[in-house]
Design a protein around this ligand. Structure first.
Ligand code: TYD
Ligand code: MG
Length: 463
């Protein structure tokens, strides 16, 4: 029987199948499946026994191993997300939408390292040397001794890197441009991207360089996504943000050398990315005069507490099915909170549109934001102003109970640091006390409604 020499691979998630289809079964992406040549089978065809191996010494968990040394870029926001600096011999993937600022961030990081005297190489497959130089000039980095190469052929890149002293840090911008003639697939396909990344990761591990791979994320699956190389690398950082906002968030989603969920906050300006050392000020908005329908949530991202303003707008709906729109928050979770408010506290929103927005373009994932979301919604419904200086946090259960959440002390301390004086949170005997912050504990959503009602003069729209 003739062997199939090609298979069909989804460029978004890497799922392979024997026939083409319009929609990938693995990830649901449309039009992302491309025919690719099968990789040559390793010697030792089917049925043949594997060659005899060498046995290796088995060891215990405890042993001498020093903490890995770190290469710190001198950009504390970046270093923290990396787990305290980059580790030599490790590979890090930096993913994000095109145009979000990945190249800018890495050029700035390399310039900073180069100025410390590290040998650093920036390999670009997307921009010509002249373009990179122009950008460096605009960013005021021209004097930094960063070594540049414009190259896409994986073997040539490795040859270039092997030449002379081993670089401490190498940036490959981007993995989607990596290409090798020995692989029978078009540049930008899963096979090319995987093979190129694998070869570079192997090089980095052997030589002890830290490899930073840039990967574009495209929603339509036109380019193979960085998801297919996530397993190859030691850390995966995603650079997120909203084009409409100047804030950018670097988030660790996998890190073998540090905590995940750690975030770094940057601001895109004409002079490149600037670090935001006190992000709470930024996401709290300028609520000196708070409006109805806003609540300040005391959140925690990774190890870092962060105050974020949550805004809600409730308005009578002209539609049979009212709209529920959430920006920066899961819309299923919003529906759940509305259902709990209705079932457990008699707040009927069936005739109202509900819009929810997290200030600054931040995406919140913590269930601890439930209570702040509910408070903002009630505030908008009843025209109640939550006084300036109040933070809200807690998880809402389907029963309507408000649950205590972790890291309460860190949240309260951040609130205190920013001059807040009251916290609305779950009642718990273990609730920490923080100086200057008075705690209002709530047991259920009905307590929250009663609290909002006590503050609102007219209680205009609560059913
Ligand atoms: P870039 O780093 O090229 O994005 P990526 O590598 O992720 O595709 O960033 C490009 C965007 O950043 C572009 O839209 C312009 C903007 N930008 C600034 O606003 N200020 C700057 O100083 C620079 C260099 C870029
Ligand atoms: Mg780029």
């Amino acid at each position: 029987m003739a062997k199939a020499t090609s298979h069909f691979v989804c460029q978004s998630c890497g799922t392979s199948s024997s026939k083409w289809s319009g929609r990938c079964d693995g990830c649901g992406a449309w039009n992302s499946i491309v025919e690719e040549a099968r990789e040559a089978p390793a010697s030792g065809a089917k049925g043949q026994a594997l060659p005899r191996g060498r046995s290796s010494k088995l060891v215990g968990l405890k042993g001498e191993s020093a903490a890995p040394p770190r290469i710190t870029t001198g950009m504390p926001e970046l270093d923290r997300v990396a787990g305290g600096g980059f580790v030599p011999g490790s590979a890090v993937l930096i993913g994000g939408d095109p145009g979000i600022g990945k190249s800018t961030l890495l050029l700035q990081a390399l310039a900073s390292l180069a100025r410390q005297g590290q040998r650093v190489v920036y390999v670009s497959g997307e921009e010509a040397i002249a373009q990179i130089r122009l950008r460096a000039e605009r960013l005021g980095l021209s004097d930094a001794p960063v070594l540049l190469a414009a190259e896409t052929n994986t073997s040539d890149i490795i040859a270039t890197l092997s030449d002379g002293e081993t670089p401490a840090v190498v940036v490959i911008d981007s993995i989607q441009t990596l290409w090798s003639p020995v692989i029978e697939a078009a540049p930008g396909t899963v096979s090319q991207l995987k093979a190129g990344s694998e070869a570079l990761v192997r090089f980095a591990k052997q030589k002890g360089s830290c490899l930073l791979l840039v990967g574009h994320v495209t929603k339509d699956g036109q380019l193979a996504g960085p998801k297919v190389v996530e397993h190859l690398v030691d850390a995966v950082l995603y650079f997120e943000g909203d084009r409409g906002h100047q804030f950018r968030i670097l988030r660790a989603v996998k890190n073998r050398f540090g905590a995940t969920d750690e975030i770094g906050v940057f601001e895109m300006s004409d002079g490149g990315l600037k670090e935001v050392t006190n992000p709470s000020r930024l996401f709290m908005g300028t609520s000196e005069r708070p409006a109805p329908g806003t609540a300040v949530f005391a959140g925690v991202e990774g190890t870092r507490p962060l105050l974020v303003e949550i805004q809600a707008l409730v308005s009578p709906s002209p539609l049979g099915t009212p709209r529920r729109t959430a920006v920066g928050w899961d819309s299923n979770r919003l529906s759940m909170i509305l259902a709990v408010l209705e079932a457990r506290a008699g707040v009927s929103l069936g005739q109202h549109d509900v819009y929810l927005n997290v200030a600054g373009g931040l995406k919140l994932k913590e269930p601890a934001a439930d209570l702040a979301v509910a408070a903002a919604i009630l505030g908008s419904m009843t025209d109640t102003i939550i006084p300036h200086g109040t933070v809200v946090f807690g998880e809402i259960a389907l029963s309507g109970a408000i649950r205590a959440v972790g890291q309460a002390e860190a949240r309260l301390k951040e609130a205190q640091k920013l001059g807040m004086n009251e916290a609305v949170m779950a009642g718990s005997s273990e609730a920490p006390r923080v100086k200057d912050i008075s705690v209002r504990s709530l047991e259920t959503v009905a307590d929250l409604v009663a609290w909002a009602a006590s503050r609102s003069k007219g209680l205009r729209r609560i059913a």
